[in-house]
Design a protein around this ligand. Structure first.
Ligand code: FES
Length: 94
């Protein structure tokens, strides 16, 4: 499986926090050295905002926004900008 990731952040219900999460993710990823893969390629991670992901229970839970990471399809709910560093460290650098 490719190590490339796409993160979609919902801005439907909470446009302010969703946009802040996407901005924090982009900034954190920009400040991080790209992961080199064994074949010499770099891991590509793209962050996008989107409308409803049909995960509204995750959006309604707390003040944060919902996001989904592909290709795994892993869902994170109630994500706030302060959670971005942990999200990247725990998940995206695998
Ligand atoms: S409003 Fe965010 S997932 Fe539906």
């Amino acid at each position: 499986m490719s190590s490339d990731r796409r993160l979609f952040v919902c801005i439907n219900q909470k446009s302010g926090v969703g946009e802040a999460v996407a901005k924090a993710l982009k900034k954190a990823l920009k400040n991080q050295r790209p992961k080199k893969l064994p074949n010499g390629d770099k891991q590509r991670i793209r962050v996008q905002t989107c409308n409803c992901l049909d995960l509204c229970k995750k959006c309604k839970k707390g003040p944060g926004a919902a996001l989904i990471v592909y290709p795994e399809g892993k869902v994170h709910g109630n994500v706030e900008p302060a959670d971005v560093a942990a999200l990247i460290a725990d998940y995206l650098n695998d």
